[in-house]
Design a protein around this ligand. Structure first.
Ligand SMILES: Cc1cc2nc3c(=O)[nH]c(=O)nc-3n(C[C@H](O)[C@H](O)[C@H](O)COP(=O)(O)OP(=O)(O)OC[C@H]3O[C@@H](n4cnc5c(N)ncnc54)[C@H](O)[C@@H]3O)c2cc1C
Length: 480
């Protein structure tokens, strides 16, 4: 990452944003960073030769939860976490704050859902026990249909599955009793979702692992991972177990170039909205919200009364490049701003105080994986597409159990040690990922015009593994 360019870009793109706090050169600018209660501690860079029982690469949710559970399960083992930037720098510190049971693959979702739902409650319990105030509230998730085509698709899914936890179809009046989304024709409610401030969770978790004796190094970029050895520009860590938790940046590591593609998701936040606006919108509880369009959007009501709205649409960059400048895309921000006004006319003129974005990791078959080989001591987890807040906690706990050789219901889940199919070489990868993005937007536009489900949308959904029951699995129904 080029920190200086990040600074300049942030200044240029800041517009109406508030002044940045002094620690923001270490973390990307976002509403969540601004709302941290104080500067996160600056941690040392790893220099020279080190030895640990376990070395975790990456201090996002995956790496931190792995370290957290490992420290509890094997208190005698020395654990070192090495992070290229700062704890919570990646998607974990800047996402949409949905902590859901959504799993992005149709095939595995039903078997993953109970474990993910339990993980949401576990995150609530751990944050309480560790004193991590991350504005956690488990008020569920509402997917509304805002066009006849969306309603037709959602209703078909409900007819096939009964809806999440058997909740069934909510008609327009039932939706309006919870929230007034312009043009909502009905929807589906999933109780298995919480909302939180991701940066507060990431920072709190980093401090919790340190309290448990984990050594956490920042500004320590890993160049290569091998069995027993983690190589950095500034030093080396010899470790019996090496866990890679590098998500969207994975393609930079030798040997992992085609494992995950970085796909960008962007977010805007309004100012705190006045009581009259909330009176018009409703949305008293903090359930998360989206509609059933193909090009995903996701929203939450923050603890301080703002709307945070995120969505896809930013391009995939040739060669799986990840750059700070890619976090900001004027066309996507404008689209989000329009979407905000379309869904909530009462908030159409709200001031946008924050705009940010970041990369997430997408595997070729849209199915996340947890892997550990006791023979080599190498492990990894990721590829959550856009549904990684709860899944990374489940992955971290599972990895810790695999490392200590403890069999649990989690270590038997179908994403554990499943084979991974690499992405195509370029330029096919670039063509395929961007065609999917453009196809999803075109399908939405067509559905808005015709009112009927678009065949193109069906093709895009099939290609991305999205044709699933609500709350069961569909990424079109979830955040990112
Ligand atoms: C804008 C956005 C919105 C999202 N919204 C949601 C949401 O609402 N709900 C949801 O469930 N999911 C959401 N996601 C996805 C979710 O945030 C991620 O799936 C999850 O945070 C992944 O956690 P992670 O620890 O695996 O990866 P990350 O948080 O990305 O962490 C990876 C870390 O590894 C470090 N790293 C990488 N390479 C190296 C290296 N070579 N050496 C050392 N360190 C390295 C990085 O600096 C980074 O800190 C969103 C993602 C984005 C970008």
């Amino acid at each position: 990452m080029v920190d200086a360019s990040r600074f300049l870009l942030r200044r240029r793109a800041a517009g109406a944003r508030q002044p940045q706090p002094s620690w923001s050169d270490r973390l990307p600018a976002s509403l969540w960073t601004d709302q941290l209660p104080g500067p996160p501690p600056a941690r040392p860079t790893l220099r020279g030769e080190h030895r640990a029982d376990v070395c975790v690469v990456g201090a996002g949710f995956t790496g931190l939860w792995t370290a957290y559970h490992l420290a509890a399960l094997a208190p005698g083992r020395s654990i070192t976490v090495v992070e290229a930037q700062a704890a919570g720098f990646g998607a974990s510190g800047r996402n949409g704050g949905w902590c859901s049971a959504i799993f992005p693959s149709a095939a595995l979702a039903p078997r993953m859902r109970p474990a993910l739902a339990a993980t949401i409650d576990e995150i609530g319990e751990v944050t309480r026990a560790e004193g991590i105030d991350c504005d956690f509230a488990k008020d569920g998730y509402l997917c509304v249909a805002t066009t006849p085509a969306q309603a037709e698709r959602l209703r078909a899914e409900v007819a096939a599955t009964g809806g999440p936890d058997g909740g069934g179809w909510l008609d327009a009046d039932a939706v309006a009793a919870r929230i007034r989304v312009a043009g909502a024709l009905g929807g589906v409610f999933d109780p298995q979702c919480a909302v939180l401030s991701p940066a507060k969770l990431a920072q709190g978790l980093a401090q919790a692992v340190e309290r448990r004796g984990v050594a956490l190094f920042e500004r320590s970029r890993v160049r290569r991972v091998r069995p027993g050895l983690v190589e950095l520009a500034s030093g080396r860590v010899r470790a019996d177990v090496v866990i890679r938790a590098t998500e969207a940046w994975t393609s930079r590591l030798p040997g992992a170039e085609r494992e995950l593609v970085p796909v960008y998701s962007l977010v805007i936040a309004t100012e705190p909205l006045p009581a009259e606006v909330w009176d018009e919108i409703g949305w008293r509880e903090r359930f998360t919200l989206n509609d059933n369009r193909h090009l995903i959007i996701y929203a939450q009501r923050t603890a301080d009364g703002r709307i945070v709205l995120g969505g896809r649409g930013a391009p995939y960059h040739f060669g799986s490049r990840v750059r700070p400048s890619f976090d900001l895309d004027e066309a996507v921000f404008a689209h989000l701003r329009r979407t905000l006004g379309t869904l909530f006319p009462a908030a159409a003129n709200a001031r946008i105080t924050h705009r940010w974005g970041g990369p997430l990791g997408v595997p070729r078959d849209w199915t996340p994986a947890v892997r550990f080989d006791p023979g080599t001591g190498l492990g990894s987890a990721g590829g959550y597409v856009g549904d990684g807040v709860a899944a990374s906690a489940l992955a971290g706990r599972t990895l810790a159990e695999l490392v200590v050789g403890k069999e649990t219901p989690r270590t038997g889940l179908p994403w554990v040690n499943r084979p991974v199919r690499p992405w195509e070489p370029e330029p096919l990868r670039w063509l395929g990922v961007n065609a999917g993005r453009i196809g999803a937007a075109a399908a939405d536009a067509r559905e808005n015009r015709t009112g009927r489900p678009s065949r193109l949308g069906t093709v895009v959904d099939r290609l991305t593994g999205h044709q699933d029951p609500p709350g069961g699995s569909s990424e079109t129904l979830g955040p990112s």
